[in-house]
Ligand binder design. Structure first.
Ligand code: GSH
Length: 358
C-alpha cells in the first residue's frame, strides 16, 4: 500500500473494537476515512458511494477495515489484532509493538486479555443493569442515524435491546458469573490506577497495541455506561483521564527508546496486571479450549475461587493457540526470559496446560 492510500474503516462509536482501531490509526498517523455504519443496517446517511461499492467481509464485524492485498485489490478484513500486525509490517514509524520480543509477547497477552476478557465486563455492564440498558438501547441506534423519527427510534431501540440482552449469556454473563465479572472489573481499575501513577502507558513511555485494546473496551466502561463509569470516577480517576488521552495521540511524540526495559526490572504494577490475567482470563481460556476440542457446548470452571459456567466459544480457542504460537516464535533465550515472567505472575499454564485429553 502506498503511503498516501487512505484506509477506509466501517464501524460505530459505541463499538469498543472500532474505538481501538481508530485510536491506533490516529496515533500511527495513518490517513483514514471513518464510515459510520452497522453491518446489518442499510447504508447510513452520508456514506458517499455507499457500502455496495465496498467488498463484503467473510464475517460481518465491527470494525471492518478495507485494505489492498498484494495484487492491489481492495479486501474487507476484520479482527483488530491481526490487522494491527499487518499495518506494522507495512509502516515502521510510530510502531505499537515493542522491538524487544519478550515485551512484544507480554503485549500480546495483555491485548488478548483486553479484547477477550475486558469485553465481557463491557458487555455485562452494558446489558445487565436497568440504567445501562436504558441508555445503550436508546443512544446506540442514534449513532448510525441521528435524525430517525421518535417512532422509529422506539422500535429500533426495543429490537436492538432485546437482541443484545438475549446475547448476554453467549459472552458468559449470567447469574453465576456476574459477581466474578464485576469483582474483576473493580480489581482491574485499581491495578491500572496504580500502574498509571508511575507510567503513562502499560509498557513505558509509548503506547502499545495492548493500551489501545484496553482503551477501546474502556471507552464504553468508563465513558458511556453509567454503572461502570461511576466506579471508575470513584476508584480510578487516572484511568478515566488515560482513556480520553489515548483516543487521540496523534500529537504525542515518541522516543524510539521509550519502551520499558524487558529485563528483571519490570514494574511490580505491570506484573500485578499480568497476575490479574492469570486470575481470570487464563482459567476460562483453558477450560473453554478443552470444551471446544471435546465438542462440549458449555464449560464450567472455577475463577478466583468462584463457579464459572458459559457456552464454549471456538474463536477463543484460536486466541489461546495464537498466544501459544507467539510464545513458540520466540528464540529459546527469549522463551526462558518470558517463562520467568509467566512463572512469577502465575501465567505459565497459558502456555503449558494440556488442552486435548488424548
Ligand atoms: N476480535 C474482533 C472482535 C470484533 C467484534 O466482536 N465486534 C463487535 C462489535 S464491538 C461485533 O461486530 N459484533 C457483531 C454484532 O454485534 O453483530 C476484533 O478484534 O475486531
Amino acid at each position: 500500500m502506498a503511503r498516501q492510500d487512505t484506509i477506509k474503516l466501517q464501524g460505530i462509536h459505541g463499538s469498543p473494537y472500532t474505538r481501538k482501531m481508530l485510536a491506533v490509526l490516529r496515533f500511527r498517523r495513518l490517513p483514514y476515512r471513518f464510515i459510520v455504519n452497522w453491518p446489518q443496517s442499510p447504508d447510513a446517511p452520508g456514506n458517499g458511494e455507499g457500502r455496495s461499492a465496498l467488498p463484503t467481509p467473510k464475517v460481518p464485524l465491527l470494525p471492518t477495515v478495507y485494505l489492498k492485498d498484494e495484487a492491489g485489490e481492495l479486501q474487507a478484513v476484520t479482527d483488530t489484532t491481526p490487522i494491527i500486525r499487518r499495518l506494522e509490517s507495512q509502516f515502521r514509524t510510530r510502531s505499537i509493538v515493542p522491538d524487544n520480543p519478550v515485551l512484544a509477547f507480554l503485549n500480546y497477552v495483555l491485548e488478548d486479555y483486553a479484547d477477550e476478557w475486558l469485553t465481557r465486563c463491557m458487555f455485562h455492564y452494558r446489558w445487565h443493569f436497568a440504567a445501562d440498558i436504558e441508555k445503550a438501547g436508546r443512544v446506540l441506534p442514534l449513532y448510525v442515524r441521528v435524525n430517525q423519527s421518535p417512532e422509529m427510534l422506539d422500535a429500533v431501540s426495543a429490537a436492538f435491546t432485546r437482541r443484545q440482552v438475549d446475547r448476554l449469556h453467549v459472552v458468559g454473563s449470567n447469574e453465576t458469573t456476574a459477581p466474578v465479572i464485576e469483582a474483576s472489573y473493580v480489581r482491574f481499575l485499581k491495578l491500572m490506577e496504580s500502574h498509571l501513577q508511575a507510567h503513562p502507558f502499560l509498557l513505558g513511555g509509548r503506547p502499545a497495541s495492548a493500551d489501545f485494546a484496553m482503551m477501546g473496551q474502556l471507552t464504553c466502561l468508563t465513558h458511556f455506561d453509567p454503572t461502570p463509569m461511576r466506579l471508575c470516577e470513584t476508584l480510578a480517576p487516572r484511568v478515566y483521564a488515560w482513556v480520553e488521552r489515548l483516543d487521540d495521540l496523534s500529537g504525542y511524540e515518541v522516543q524510539e527508546q521509550g519502551w520499558l526495559d524487558a529485563g528483571d526490572a519490570l514494574p511490580e504494577t505491570l506484573l500485578a496486571l499480568l497476575g490479574e490475567v492469570a486470575r481470570t482470563h487464563m482459567p476460562q481460556l483453558i477450560a473453554n479450549g478443552r470444551a471446544v476440542i471435546g465438542k462440549n457446548e458449555t464449560f464450567s470452571t472455577q475463577i478466583d475461587g468462584c463457579d464459572w459456567v458459559q457456552p464454549s466459544f471456538s474463536y477463543q480457542l484460536k486466541c489461546l493457540r495464537w498466544t501459544r504460537e507467539e510464545f513458540q516464535s520466540l528464540s529459546s533465550k527469549d522463551q526462558a526470559s518470558a517463562r520467568a515472567i509467566l512463572d512469577k505472575t502465575g501465567l505459565s499454564r497459558l502456555i503449558d496446560a494440556q488442552l486435548a485429553t488424548d
